[in-house]
Design a protein around this ligand. Structure first.
Ligand code: IFM
Length: 439
């Protein structure tokens, strides 16, 4: 087995390395006064593998000191975490759970004590159930409530943040969850999807207001990108791949950078957008200080007329696959970084997630992860050589955790977690990353 070939010293001196997690996936939301989230309801209603949920997860709520030691002992400069909205406001509005805020306050101080920069994400998918019951992201009011929640969090921990992101992966929040039905609330409804595709950006705008009102912390948003290739070499496939790219890769970025939505997508989605959406676009497109890019894989795309608009179906090609059946396509990260930089100019870019699920036994080396990180790191160096203003690389994830609809079988961690005993065991990849960061 060969290891990670790149070293910290290959990157610019001020380049930062980090690792990422999210609240619902690790904390254990049955404790500490946390309210129910729509993921609890989705799991209860059969939306997840074996009905698994985040009630215990990695018990990070109690084991966070050990987990932060893992971050610092690997030599990471930064840690990206999210705050659970239902832990801070169990009802989604009004009353604050002091115990929840105390937890994040201690976590942040714990990071600083270990010399690790805290990078905050405000919304990584755990919507309070009472808001979901009022329509969730299909309801414009949820975006406003998100602004209030952001105020509360910024007021308590904002002063110590190295960066603040409003939303993680709006495509997943809106399309995957309201059109494809794979994530909570599990809808397959184009009307709901259209509303969510817009309201999540409005939430970003309200969040940005609240962050700006609380000082000068660098504020941004984290978008996910997936390479979209035509499944076949013909016009039909090419048009299909372009439409997929429009929904996935252009919708949010174009709105944020130009205040417009892609024409090809509007053709099918405009009638489903909330009334008066045009009036929000200037607010959505206000400047941010940085952009987060999450990248994992590619899809081959084709048109399928038996399916409703956008008539798209995806498939896999001949590349090596991960445990989630995602193809490993490292060039994609270089393609996105150069393509995005062409649109965003000198806006600082950060790779805020990149990684894979592997399913080896705990006593086996996670060779595929080592190869994946090696290959993607090389592509980052290529992008930097091509003058992309890339400033950091965060690996998803610190720990094996709750992988949403796929439950606990899909292990994305640099650290193995035994979910019976909660024992943490760093994987071979953890050692490889630690060595690369020390060179
Ligand atoms: O686990 C998720 C994370 O919550 C968001 N980005 C993708 C990861 C892997 O699926």
């Amino acid at each position: 087995m060969s290891g990670i070939s790149w070293s910290r010293s290959d990157f610019p001196e001020d380049f930062r390395f980090g690792t990422a997690t999210s609240s619902y996936q690790i904390e254990g939301n049955a404790k500490g006064g946390c309210g129910p989230s729509h993921w609890d309801a989705f799991a209860r209603d059969g939306g997840t593998l074996r009905g698994e949920d985040g009630s215990v997860a990695c018990d990070h709520l109690n084991r966070w000191r050990e987990d932060l030691d893992l971050v610092s002992q690997a030599g990471f400069d930064g840690y990206r975490f999210s705050v659970a909205w239902p832990r801070v406001q169990p009802a989604g509005s009004g009353q604050v759970n002091r115990e929840g805020l105390d937890f994040y306050d201690a976590l942040v101080d714990g990071l600083l004590a270990r010399n690790v920069e805290p990078h905050l994400t405000l919304y990584h998918w755990d919507l309070p159930l009472p808001l979901a019951e009022k329509g969730g992201w299909t309801n414009r009011d949820t975006a406003k409530r998100f602004g209030d929640f952001t105020e509360i969090v910024m007021d308590r921990i904002g002063d110590r943040m190295a960066s603040v992101a409003t939303i993680n992966e709006p495509w997943c929040v809106a399309w995957l969850s309201h059109f494809e039905g794979h994530h909570a609330p599990g809808l397959t409804d184009i009307g709901a999807a259209g509303k969510a595709m817009h309201n999540i950006l409005l939430a970003h705008a309200h969040g940005l207001d609240a962050i700006r009102a609380h000082g000068d912390r660098p504020a941004g948003i984290v978008l996910n990108f997936e390479a979209a290739l035509p499944a076949r070499a013909n016009d039909k496939s090419e048009t299909a791949a372009d439409l997929y790219d429009g929904i996935y890769n252009r919708w949010f970025l174009q709105a944020l950078t130009t205040g417009t939505y892609p024409e090809a997508v509007l053709e099918g989605l405009e009638s489903h957008l909330p009334q008066g959406w045009q009036d929000d676009m200037a607010k959505i497109a206000r400047p941010i200080d940085w952009l987060g890019i999450n990248y994992y894989t590619r899809s081959l795309v084709d048109r399928d007329d038996t399916l409703p608009w956008p008539h798209l179906k995806t498939s896999r090609g001949e590349l090596e696959r991960t445990a989630t059946d995602w193809e490993i396509y490292p060039e994609g990260i270089h393609q996105f970084l150069t393509r995005i930089a062409e649109q965003t100019g000198d806006l600082p870019l950060h790779v805020t997630e990149n990684g894979l699920a592997t399913n080896e036994r705990p006593d086996q080396s996670d060779d595929q992860r080592i190869r994946y990180l090696d290959q993607h790191g090389e592509q980052l160096l290529r992008a930097i050589a091509d003058d992309v203003p890339l400033h950091s690389y965060f690996i998803w994830s610190l720990l094996d955790n709750f992988e949403w609809a796929l439950g606990y079988d899909m292990r994305f961690g640099l650290t193995h977690v035994d979910f019976d005993t909660q024992a943490r065991t760093p994987k071979a990849s953890y050692g490889e990353v630690r060595d690369a960061l020390s060179r």
